[in-house]
Ligand binder design. Structure first.
Ligand SMILES: [Zn+2]
Length: 346
């Protein structure tokens, strides 16, 4: 390398450094803990679907989207996930990484639509990667079997069948996953009775910590992780006291977070924000949200609480804020392939 080359390289490096500094100065800042956060692409949780298996006009199948630095990770893929991503203003083609808490049908029944319709209708250009407990490979193999007709008949010069490949990674308790964007997820063995193996996830993303309980009853390790979390997202089971005492409800009560258990988790952990999602409710008369909120307060949790609704979002940079989904007028039609959307003259 000549002396001239060396000077050119140093100048180039200085230019890059300056450019980096300028772009950082535009959209990042230091929060109170000194952790750098990106304002243009804030870390966010979008509650794509917040219901249980019950049919409800207000709450669809469970699915939660973690977005870090513009990259999405979908946690569970319940009923209606494709439509709900769209209504939340998320392009379903950009959701290719999916992690499953467990294999109960209400957590996976939206997966086939996301996989298949995103491909042939919307022209998704990337295959899916699915993480989940032992049994996920067999489930995905079964799904491929179920859709074998479409895999065979819809694959052509315009629909590349290889994009339907799914990389499956089965995860074990205590395993720590590290995603491409630096997000780390610790799989905590949950207590979900007939849904085991099931996981709660402790997520560390750009300096923020989230505990997502998945489906589980309360167990002591969950409180230990909860104490470290900025946000706790908990499943919730709500029903009148008399119903909860009935023998036929024993299985349900033994595998989900009752309100008194959630109150213990929230109170002992004291997060910046406690969130309910995956509302499993039985025989509650009147306003379900009011019932759950009143019970939570009556049983003694006094901290910040958010009852998630479909499409609502929590932004974790710089502070925890909540925001509603976009209005219907703001949503594009998504009935054509990306190629045509990018070339409106066609
Ligand atoms: Zn379950």
């Amino acid at each position: 390398m000549t002396h001239h080359d060396r000077i050119t390289l140093i100048l180039l490096a200085l230019c890059l450094l300056t450019l980096t500094t300028i772009s950082f100065a535009d959209d990042t800042f230091l929060n109170e803990a000194g952790v750098e956060h990106n304002q243009a692409k804030p870390t966010a949780l979008t509650f794509i679907g917040t219901g249980g298996p019950e049919l409800s006009v207000e709450r669809s199948g469970i699915a939660t989207l973690l977005t870090v630095d513009g990259q999405h990770l979908l946690i569970d893929a319940g009923r209606n996930v494709m439509q709900n991503l769209y209504e939340a203003g998320i392009d379903p083609r950009e959701v290719t990484n999916i992690v499953l808490t467990h294999l109960h049908n209400d957590h996976i029944e939206g997966l086939p639509t996301l996989w298949m319709t995103g491909w042939f209708l919307l022209g998704r250009q990337h295959p899916l990667t699915v993480w989940g407990p032992v049994g996920t490979k067999a489930m995905v193999d079964g799904m491929r079997q179920m859709y074998q007709f479409d895999i065979t008949h819809r694959s052509d010069a315009f629909n590349d069948g290889q994009l339907l490949d799914i990389e499956v990674i089965e995860i074990l308790p205590k395993q720590k996953l590290t995603m491409d964007n630096g997000v780390s997820i610790t799989a905590i063995e949950a207590q979900h009775n007939d849904g085991n193996p099931a996981f709660s996830f402790f997520i560390e993303a750009s300096g923020r910590k989230i505990l997502h309980t998945g489906d589980t009853r309360l167990f002591s390790d969950l409180i230990n992780y909860g104490k470290k979390a900025d946000v706790i997202v908990s499943n919730v089971l709500a029903m009148p006291y008399e119903l909860a005492q009935k023998p036929e409800m024993k299985t349900v009560v033994s595998k989900l977070m009752t309100i008194d258990e959630a109150v213990t988790l929230f109170t002992k952990s004291a997060p910046t924000l406690a969130v309910y999602t995956h509302f499993v409710t039985k025989a509650i008369k009147g306003n379900v949200d009011a019932f759950i909120e009143n019970e939570t307060r009556r049983q003694g949790y006094v901290g910040p609480l958010f009852l998630a609704k479909d499409g609502w979002k929590i932004t974790l940079d710089p502070i925890v804020t909540t925001s509603p989904p976009p209005s219907a007028e703001q949503l594009p039609n998504m009935d054509r392939k990306k190629h045509y959307q990018d070339n409106p003259s066609l």
